[in-house]
Design a protein around this ligand. Sequence first.
Ligand SMILES: Cc1cc2nc3c(=O)[nH]c(=O)nc-3n(C[C@H](O)[C@H](O)[C@H](O)COP(=O)(O)O)c2cc1C
Length: 344
Amino acid sequence: MRNNLSAWEVNENHFPSFGSIKDKFKFFVRYAILAPSGHNTQPWLFEVSDETLNLYADRTRALPVIDPDDRELIISCGAALSNLLIAMKYFGFEPEVKFFPSDGDNDLLASITVKSRDYEPSDIDRIIFNAIKKRRTNRLPFAEEKIDGLTQQKLKTTVSEEKAIKFTIIESEEQREAIIKLIEQGDKIQSQNKSFCRELAQWVHPNRTSSKDGIPGYAFGMGDLISYGSPFFIGNLNWGDIQAGRDRNLVKGSPVLAVLESKTNKPVDWIRTGMALSKLLLRSSVEGIAASYLNQPIEEQGLDDKLRDILKTSDVPQLIMRLGYGKEVKPTPRRDVDDVVKLK
Ligand SMILES: Cc1cc2nc3c(=O)[nH]c(=O)nc-3n(C[C@H](O)[C@H](O)[C@H](O)COP(=O)(O)O)c2cc1C
């Protein structure tokens, strides 16, 4: 496996049973960093001491154009936090989490301590943990096969474990079509925004990249040759119409279109959205279901209000997802655990 994919080779048999608590915390972080993140920026840092593991937002990895408030950045950190907690439980550590524990530091998102060391993981804890290494964002078309009601219910129940986060499956054809139209508009607006294109081009890499972050072309279904030109195409060509058409077909062909929503729109809601996202994706992966994102209507001011009208909700849409049965796709790069952990 290429060096920038080696994080995915983490092996539970290497858990440092006889190591210090710092060694153990650091091992849990190996699972946290496999979480999804916007543009694969991996905007997280972990500070490990003898009692506490602190999760920080790394705002040097922000995406100021697409995500000016760091909303998606914090959702990404929430997903990493959820992976971390799932790993802790799997290895028998019951976690206790305090969100934003320091009034003066809004980069410190969460402090995690160990409540007990004799947690007995349930069957579902184990199954979800095992999905961490298998989860991928899948941007390819999905099969026509429907997701049955029972499986949909399992996904809803999983999300409902996260306080105040809602998973709304779009059932009506009319609503679906209206959301597709917003996604198309979002594609066109974003493609015409030079700053957006420049920002995206910085994070999309050729397939054979040695970069430990960002998105290799293969994750968009590009072949090796095309992938070399992808940063240039994104930065210089008007790709809005092509992307809009592609997204229309992708959504039309996806058995489920869904929205993750929060009650309010504060940083703690963003963390909880990320935690719900991680659980949703892992549970989906257990069921053999793939997922990807179409967040354009939430990212573009003006379209977000229209989305709320379509959904007839006073809640706050945070992520738009499509789900279905897809072909296997490759993992994307990750930074090394040593790049994101500071020992105190
Ligand atoms: C908050 C958030 C927003 C995302 N938004 C999009 C998106 O709009 N379009 C997209 O294709 N992928 C999106 N992604 C997926 C990331 O690009 C993906 O997680 C990252 O490239 C790492 O790849 P992996 O998920 O396969 O590990 C998003 C992920 C997160 C966590």
